[in-house]
Design a binder for this molecule. Structure first.
Ligand SMILES: [Ca+2]
Ligand SMILES: [Ca+2]
Ligand SMILES: [Ca+2]
Length: 328
């Protein structure tokens, strides 16, 4: 029991220390270089199944600071972005708050992310190959905390950023940060970013392991991990308090692969670590992929930039030895 207490304490500390890194998507601890959204006329086999992405932002109810949602390299051209022919892609980015902003997507199914975004649009901008938005940050805001949607079960207000490829066939690579400043990345204390479906670029470095941290709530008895356009690039490995590295089936070029894993009672109310491990023998450059995870009801599980309860670590089950009493 002592070791379990010690373990819980370490997890709690990890959880606290991660808070300071939780305002970026991708987060530093995810080891993912960029998010990606392609134009609506793209071939999905380039790695984006639906040409849109939705991120949610938790802001504590007692936050007094202005909120800015900052996007790095929102333009499609110049550095970082994925070119096909010429850069001719337009991508809409819109921030939502108000009633329905989050709860309109409950129960959290993937299909609800595909319909017109609910809530109140607070700001929007369409980006193209204008070099003004290349290799630099663009800030949406300021927003007041109460412009988000109050979600009682989180004890927070929630904002939403919807990124939609309107036209063209190039890939927009970008990063997002929730800040209290329009000019720099400065964290909102206690904030966190989460999503239900992630479209992103894997690192080109075969030694870099990417991570996604879905949260397993108290009702999860199994999860279905869906991955798209993995291009048979290495392994997807599942770590949890009870899983030491179970392998997930992986997708090839432009198709989905789905793998179901049972979840034990001990794993509920913890996060899972989905490790994205590149092939060392057959290095694949510019690999864009999409991942989402559903529970046994088909509801999508949130991935938090800062894993709830800390980064999960496999804990071997202790073998209880029966102690025989000596008989003299
Ligand atoms: Ca193009
Ligand atoms: Ca870009
Ligand atoms: Ca791919």
């Amino acid at each position: 029991m002592k070791s379990i207490l010690k373990y819980s304490f370490i997890i709690a500390l990890l959880s606290l220390s991660n808070y300071s890194f939780s305002q970026a998507s991708p987060a530093i601890i995810e080891n993912i270089p960029y998010l990606v959204t392609f134009g609506a006329e793209s071939d999905s086999s380039w790695g984006d199944d639906d040409f849109q992405q939705t991120l949610f932002f938790n802001v504590p109810t007692d936050n007094q600071e202005d909120i800015y949602i900052r996007v790095f390299d929102p333009g499609i051209g110049g550095a970082y972005d994925e070119l096909k022919g010429e850069f001719n892609t337009k991508v809409l980015m819109a921030v939502y708050g108000g009633i329905g902003c989050y709860t309109g997507n409950e129960p959290e199914t993937i299909s609800t992310l595909d319909v017109a975004p609910l809530g109140t649009e607070l700001a929007s901008k369409t980006f193209d190959n204008n070099l003004r938005y290349d290799d630099t940050w663009y800030s949406f805001g300021p927003f007041n905390t109460t412009e988000g949607e109050l979600v009682e079960k989180f004890g927070s207000y929630v904002f939403k950023l919807v990124i939609k490829g309107l036209s063209g066939d190039d890939g927009n690579l970008y990063k997002v940060f929730m800040s209290n400043s329009p000019n720099e990345n400065s964290i909102i204390q206690g904030g966190n970013i989460f999503t239900f479906k992630y479209a992103f670029r894997l690192s080109d470095d075969v030694l870099t392991v990417g991570h996604i941290y879905p949260y397993l709530d108290e009702k999860v008895t199994s999860v279905r991990v869906s991955n798209f356009d993995w291009d048979n690039d290495g392994l997807i490995r599942i770590i949890s308090i009870n899983k030491r590295g179970e392998l997930c089936t992986i997708s090839g070029d432009g198709n989905w692969s789905i793998h179901e894993f049972p979840i034990d009672a001990e794993e509920r109310n913890t996060s899972m670590d989905i490790q994205l491990i590149k092939s060392k023998n057959r290095p694949i450059k510019n690999n864009n992929v999409v991942i989402f995870i559903q529970n046994q009801y088909g509801e999508s599980l949130p991935f938090y930039a800062s894993p709830i309860g800390g980064i999960p670590v496999y804990v071997p089950k202790m073998k209880m030895k029966s102690v025989q009493k000596k008989t003299n």
